[in-house]
Design a protein around this ligand. Structure first.
Ligand code: FAD
Length: 466
């Protein structure tokens, strides 16, 4: 093992999984620097404090919500085993359906033909069938709009996918890369529907969204357990990385700003300089470019400026009613709703809300110059609540508590051609011999938790073999 001193930048899942494997492999000196008051990044569970819930003396009787609707995907058996070992009996196998709310009706998600047949108008169904029969598949779709139309036909794609994608990513679908579909659309084309309905061949269960793993007290338990394993001595909270000082192709020092609670201490007074040997960077790619000291060549800074991240605003309502729905998530493709998704944590684990009460979370994707990101709490609450009451009858008096929560850098926006730009930036970072990149925003890849376990494992293996 060449390097025995690791500096890990960012305490989200990418930083934590790297720390986890560093500890497992016996690295004695490694430190995670996290700007926030808590580790876990965009994968945390928040407990709502001070809200009057019945039986509040019990651990289970608190309102909890995740930083966006999360589930643990059972995609990699080795990673799943690792997470099972970390959580033990607290990792639950959950079966909860999801639905799409469109033009006043709820549709199963992923789409099912028999459900569509029952709920769509006959003329729409005929249109969908006609389109499928006459649609000439373009050889290789190079944007999401063409990809979705190839898979589903125009009408189905427009009803359920294209408008939703535009809301989620804030870009017209023809500007979005086919990579945004991930694996979610595979095997869900109209031909598979017809096969499953007419011939009785079951749809691939892997695509039916209903079954997944979820920790008893929210997804944040995974981050919490990683922190526990790593140990508090290795995690420096309220330590914001400001600059990466480099020389001769190596990162020599990092400049950290200790985030102070006191107004009287200036940022400069709180700056510390740390010499480094090996750096693992999980911070957003664009932010990291701006941190470089001396700065990168201007043409690369210009490339970095073309890269966008989507933020997410969460509107959280604690309600004095047993449930809002039985769904894990409800998706809202129509523009008339300011939110894209509603999730009800209780339908993932009953421990996420007190008995007889529930909490629902509405997700509003935005950029930081969008009006909604800067809206007052009161206006936001009113707008979201009004839209929500068009989904189901719900009374104002049922609200026990409301709050919003901002989630920056929630999604890398995968626009057509993004790969080339990202590759140029990543290649530049790779020229620093003691710097490694991992994480969703750092690699600008649509990574999930299980991918980050894998990535953490790989980066530690690379360092051990260096
Ligand atoms: C709405 C939503 C739903 C999701 N659903 C799922 C799901 O169902 N299943 C799944 O597996 N994954 C899901 N994900 C993805 C998962 O949450 C991310 O993959 C994961 O959070 C990315 O981890 P990360 O460490 O790469 O980045 P982040 O979580 O963004 O962490 C980065 C960390 O760096 C810190 N930081 C930033 N700047 C600085 C600085 N200057 N100095 C020090 N620290 C800094 C931040 O405070 C943060 O803690 C979802 C994500 C979102 C947003």
């Amino acid at each position: 093992m060449k390097s025995d001193n690791l500096h890990i930048l960012g305490g989200g899942p990418a930083g934590l999984t790297t720390g986890y494997y560093a500890k497992k492999h016996g690295f004695p000196n490694f430190t995670i620097f996290e700007a926030g008051e808590h580790a876990g990044g965009n994968c945390r569970t928040l407990k709502i404090k001070g809200v009057d819930c019945r039986y509040s003396f019990l651990q289970r009787d608190a309102f909890r919500f995740d930083t966006g609707a999360h589930r643990f995907h059972d995609k990699d058996p080795q990673v799943t085993e690792e997470v099972k070992t970390l959580l033990g009996d607290d990792l639950l196998r959950v079966a909860a359906p999801s639905e799409i709310f469109f033009e006043g009706k709820f549709y199963r998600f992923p789409l099912l033909l028999n459900d569509l047949v029952q709920k769509l108008e006959t003329k729409t169904l005929l249109k969908i069938t006609w389109e499928k029969l006459h649609h000439r598949r373009r050889k290789q779709a190079d944007n999401f709009a063409d990809f979705a139309i190839n898979q589903y036909g125009k009408t189905l794609a427009e009803h359920f996918l294209l408008n939703y994608s535009e809301k989620l990513w804030g870009q017209p679908p023809h500007k979005l890369s086919t990579a945004i579909s991930g694996n979610r659309l595979k095997g869900l084309d109209l031909r598979s529907f017809l096969r499953s309905t007419v011939l009785g061949t079951p749809q691939n269960p892997a695509h039916l969204d209903g079954s997944f793993f979820y920790p008893k007290y929210g997804i944040g338990m995974i981050s919490d357990k990683l922190c526990e394993f790593i140990g508090p001595d290795h995690i420096k909270l309220k330590h914001r990385v400001n600059r990466l000082v480099h020389k001769n192709g190596r990162i020599e020092r990092i400049i950290i700003n200790k985030v102070s609670d006191s107004q009287r201490v200036t940022a400069a007074q709180n700056e510390i300089e740390i010499p480094v040997s090996t750096v693992i960077n999980t911070l957003p790619l664009t932010l990291s470019m701006r941190m470089l000291d001396p700065p990168p060549p201007p043409e690369l800074s210009a490339v970095a400026d073309t890269i966008k991240y989507r933020h997410l605003l969460l509107c959280v309502f604690c309600l004095n009613r047993d449930t809002f729905s039985s769904n894990a998530s409800i998706y809202f493709p129509s523009e008339e709703f300011p939110f894209t998704r509603l999730y009800e944590p209780k339908n993932r684990s009953s421990h996420m809300a007190p008995k007889g009460q529930t909490v629902i979370v509405l997700e509003l994707p935005c950029y930081n110059d969008n009006a909604v990101w800067n809206m007052s709490e009161a206006t936001l609450q009113t707008e979201v609540w009004e839209a929500l009451s068009r989904v189901k009858p719900i009374r104002q008096e049922e609200i026990i508590h409301y709050q919003s929560y901002k989630l920056p850098f929630a999604y890398p926006v995968l626009e057509v051609g993004f790969e080339e730009n990202v590759a140029r930036l990543v290649a530049y970072f790779e020229t620093f011999e003691n710097l490694y990149l991992t994480g969703r925003s750092s690699l600008f890849r649509y990574l999930h938790l299980h991918d980050l376990f894998k990535a953490g494992q790989e980066v530690v293996a690379q360092i051990r073999n260096a």
